[in-house]
Design a binder for this molecule. Structure first.
Ligand code: SDX
Length: 430
């Protein structure tokens, strides 16, 4: 970060100079770390509408231009040219792997896909109808109980091995949550197929017959994982960073990210979007729901629409819509009712003044539910797939934070508007 100039703030007759830093691209920042010491005041920014909580070199988003870069590479090119593990390597290490590095990384991940046999017993403690995200929060957090050999987060090797374990095991853990809910036997991972083919094998395979996933569907799911891999300082990534800032172990931090992602305003939106489409049912009802979305007295929001950063198209939504077309065509579902409803809803919303004025466009979650449903993934597991992919971004952001010499425990302050000091009255006088 380089200081080019200062910002001058004058308040209550005091004037303070605050350094302004520029990054490599994107908005400059005003360093307010000395603000309280110099003015006795805090900034006030609930929801962090104008706050850069950290410096990062991983993902860059230009919300107005609809640009998303992982380590400088456009998401469109990565989704078209790379597989998920290549992108995971890029996000973790900063550069795309060469053939030898890719082969080695694929092999390292493959060698960590199995989980400790005793971890499998955790599943039996859940009800069969437990929401898979509740299972993931519990089981991923429980990994902390199994890897004491590599939890010294000051040791780069320990941080690396924890990253590999999480990236490798999440598909297995997610697939087991799916199988457990269906009362089907867990499938052990295979080392002879790709990461995403292996995930589909663990999800849809069974011990009674061979299962060879459809390569078109594998490629589509692999692209979906790429689109969800990282996304700057979103709510769940910020949760992982804040948890990690206390020195908590990486497994507990990723579990906190999963918990945050579950919310319908965040990663839970794909599940909520499909539920919404099912509820709308038919194009003839779209107008009624658009009207509800615009009605301030109605809490209904058009799920899969809007974004804190994108005030133009979410580039991932376009790629997801293309992937949707591919999968539905491959499966002979091009007349899929919900897909046609989603396309109609998108068109109507984008022509509506309310959505145009508020710059509400489809986000990554709008089409992802439809394509995952076509792939045979149950609605309740959509956010689990999102968590599987985002684990790469979370652990890379966690790693970047731990390695940052400037990092400190996150401890925001507040604008207090509660009762001032008062004495406790005796019970007789309350
Ligand atoms: C993800 O941050 C990330 O990067 C997240 C993510 C990632 O990859 O990590 O991209 C993944 O979480 C995508 C977002 C998925 N969520 C949804 O699709 C849920 C529906 N969307 C909204 O809840 C909302 O758009 C948010 C939460 C996504 C963004 O909320 P903001 O930035 O706080 O914006 P806002 O709620 O203040 O909305 C601005 C205005 C408001 O109206 P006014 O108060 O200005 O009159 O737009 C309205 C909102 O009421 N609005 C909507 C709307 N989204 C915003 N109105 C109807 N339907 C919607 N979907």
């Amino acid at each position: 970060m380089n200081t080019q100039r200062n910002a001058t703030l004058t308040v209550d007759g005091k004037t303070v100079e605050l350094p302004v830093y520029s990054g490599s691209v994107g908005p400059d920042v005003i360093d307010i770390r000395q603000l309280y010491a110099k003015t006795g005041m805090f900034t006030f920014d609930p929801g962090f509408m104008s706050t850069a909580a950290c410096k990062s070199a991983i993902t860059y988003i230009d919300g107005d231009a609809g640009i998303l870069l992982y380590r400088g590479y456009p998401i469109e090119q990565l989704a078209g040219e790379c597989d998920f593990l290549e992108v995971a390597y890029l996000i973790l290490k900063g550069e795309l792997p060469n053939p030898e590095e890719k082969a080695e990384f694929d092999n390292v991940v493959k060698r960590h896909t199995m989980v400790h046999e005793q971890l499998i017993r955790f599943y039996s403690g859940f009800r069969r109808d437990a929401h898979p995200m509740a299972v993931l929060v519990g089981v991923v957090g429980a990994l902390s109980a199994f890897y004491h050999d590599a939890m010294d987060i000051s040791d780069q090797y320990h941080r690396d091995i924890s990253a590999y374990r999480l990236i490798a095991k999440l598909p297995n853990i997610v697939a087991m949550a799916y199988k457990y809910g269906r009362g089907e036997p867990f499938m052990y991972p295979r080392n002879d197929i790709s990461y995403t083919a292996n995930f589909m094998h663990m999800m849809f395979g069974n011990p009674c017959e061979d299962y060879e996933p459809n390569p078109v569907l594998v490629r589509a799911l692999d692209r979906i994982l790429i689109l969800h891999a990282d996304h700057e300082q979103n709510a769940s990534t910020s949760t992982v960073r804040l948890a990690g800032s206390s020195g908590a172990n990486p497994f507990a931090c990723i579990s906190s990210g999963i918990a945050c992602l579950w919310g319908p305003a965040h990663g839970g939106a794909n599940e909520a979007c499909l539920t919404m489409l099912e509820e709308i049912g038919d194009v003839s009802h779209v107008g009624e729901y658009i009207k509800r979305a615009k009605d301030k007295s109605d809490s209904f929001k058009l799920m899969g629409f809007g974004h804190r950063v994108y005030k133009n198209f979410d580039p991932r939504a376009k790629l997801m819509r293309e992937t949707c077309h591919e999968v539905l065509n491959e499966l002979g579902l091009h007349d899929d009712r919900l897909f046609k409803l989603a396309v109609a809803l998108e068109k109507i919303a984008l022509e509506d003044d309310y959505f145009v004025e508020k710059k509400l466009y489809p986000n990554v979650d709008f089409y992802s539910g439809i394509v995952q449903r076509a792939l045979g993934i149950p609605t309740q597991l959509f956010t689990g797939i999102f968590a599987l992919a985002r684990t790469v971004g979370w652990i890379a952001q966690w790693n970047e934070m731990i390695a940052d010499p400037d990092q400190k425990i996150g401890r925001p302050r507040q604008l207090f508007n509660g009762a001032e000091q008062r004495d406790v009255p005796p019970m007789s006088k309350r």
